[in-house]
Design a protein around this ligand. Structure first.
Ligand code: PXG
Length: 449
């Protein structure tokens, strides 16, 4: 091999064609690439040397900032001592202790944890566990799954089936799992525009679940899956009482409740999980992203003990659940997770989120009078604004604001007509306010339609 096939950070961009990039307008990007060449703490370094504040903690996944020394050292140590360990019929001690630790962290010490490598895999795994659980208990007719409009549950076949984003679904209709219904989403501008935190209106939207139960009968329904706070579609915050109501209806009808906590898990709302923040106890919780600060891919499903027990019935020499991944419990991912949890504890980062959240709330709601802004939402250390689209050009305006923000030193997330901020937990109050201020200047820099 004479020529290295990687772009050296300082080398001119030779050819960007080979990587078919995910969720990216590839042609536009490759025409005007935005390359990141380094990251440290709450900042990325772009190829031209500029530093930008990481306003979305990676993709909601790096709350400790980038390359935190404790995590870096843990992964370095691990790769040199046990780089890989099969998880099928074998295992390494740190994966077991991590599972127990995550269960304790979630305040569900008797629960079990199934490891996967991403949020999408966590969702598909949770759906499979739900259906298999009912079958194991002799209720094999419980196969129907209830998702929700506007939901993002990753891109696996299960995840897009229960997901509620048309663009992610429409092409793949023939592949999707049958027997899925969707609850209505909970965003209603007439009743909740500019709510701070949880909207007071909307708990009754959970009653739609009763209608689906009446239509299909509970004996055919396996599970309901929701993001307790919808992240990807723009920080859609659950109305007060809504999740409690879903829980109550599920319990009454023997339906499992799954919280997809890929974004909300590990501190984003100032509590270990959204389940803790809202005081609602789902039967299964999916997680990924922040569990190990995204240093190495890792996800998982937290499973109530009673569900696990339902599988442990046949002869002991038989596999109880025909599911798993080559990299389930990967040593590097596990080492990074232990170190991340160590850091969260020693630096008291959940408290840090609770301190920063009101700073973000105050600052973001001050954008209310900016000309294009049509709604502002926030919860924990997450916030989003909606803007008026350019007529006939959906999404373009948000993209332009994203670009202007980057010029002003802020990386913000844009999707549809929404811009989202979810700063790293290690941000200072000044950095949090400065991020919102950069967003304000970006909004003003893009002309009104
Ligand atoms: N569930 C939820 C709730 C998610 O937010 C996934 C599952 C899928 O995770 P993986 O690891 O398979 O990507 C997600 C992912 C954004 C953004 O900008 C959000 C996600 C991913 C990328 C970007 O909002 N969420």
């Amino acid at each position: 091999m004479s020529t290295p096939d990687r772009l050296h950070p300082d080398a001119p961009v030779a050819d960007l064609q080979a990587w078919w990039m995910p969720f990216t307008h590839n042609r536009l990007f490759k025409d005007q690439p935005r390359l990141i060449t380094g990251a440290q703490g709450a900042y990325y370094t772009l190829a031209d040397g500029r530093r930008v504040f990481d306003g979305l903690s990676g993709l909601w996944c790096s709350p400790l900032g980038h390359s935190p020394p404790r995590v870096v050292e843990a992964v370095q140590r691990q790769v040199a001592s046990l780089d890989f360990c099969p998880g099928f019929q074998l295992g390494h001690p740190a994966a077991f202790s991590l599972a127990a630790r995550i269960a304790r962290f979630a305040d569900r010490p008797r629960d079990r944890v199934f490891f996967v490598n991403s949020g999408s895999e966590a969702v598909d795994t949770a759906l499979k566990i739900a259906v298999a659980y009912h079958r194991a208990r002799g209720e094999a007719s419980r196969t129907r799954i209830i998702g929700r409009e506007r939901a993002y549950h990753g891109v696996g076949i299960g995840g897009i089936s229960v997901g509620g984003i048309a663009a992610n679904r429409k092409t793949f209709a023939p592949l999707m799992i049958p027997g899925v219904d969707h609850l209505p989403h909970t965003w209603d501008p007439a009743h909740m525009r500019y709510s701070r935190g949880q909207p007071a209106w909307g708990a009754h939207l959970a009653d739609e679940l009763e209608r689906l139960v009446a239509l299909h009968d509970a004996s055919n329904i396996a599970a309901v899956i929701v993001e307790p706070m919808q992240g990807s579609t723009g920080v859609v915050v659950p109305p007060r009482g809504y999740l409690e109501k879903l829980r109550e209806i599920c319990t009454r009808h023997g339906i499992l409740l799954i919280f997809d906590e890929v974004i909300t898990g590990f501190g984003r709302l100032g509590a270990p999980f959204a389940a803790n923040a809202f005081g609602v106890r789902p039967d299964l919780i999916t997680f990924a992203k922040a569990v190990n600060n995204a240093t190495v891919p890792l996800g998982g499903v937290i499973v109530a003990e009673s569900i696990y027990d339902a599988f442990m019935t046949g002869p002991a020499h038989l596999i109880e659940f025909f599911h798993g991944y080559t990299y389930s419990g990967h040593p590097l991912a596990v080492a990074a997770a232990h170190a991340t949890l160590d850091e969260m504890e020693t630096a008291d980062l959940l408290q840090r989120v609770r301190t920063l959240a009101p700073v973000l709330e105050q600052a973001i709601h001050e954008l209310r009078d900016e000309p294009q802004v049509t709604d502002i939402r926030n919860l924990g250390l997450a916030a989003a604004i909606d803007i008026t689209p350019l007529p006939g050009k959906p999404g373009l305006r948000a993209f332009q604001i994203f670009e202007r923000a980057l010029d002003k030193g802020l990386l913000v997330r844009f999707t549809g007509e929404t811009l989202a901020l979810a700063p790293p937990f290690v941000s200072s109050e000044d950095e949090t306010r400065a991020a919102v201020d950069a967003l304000r200047r970006a909004l003003r820099a893009v002309p009104a339609p």
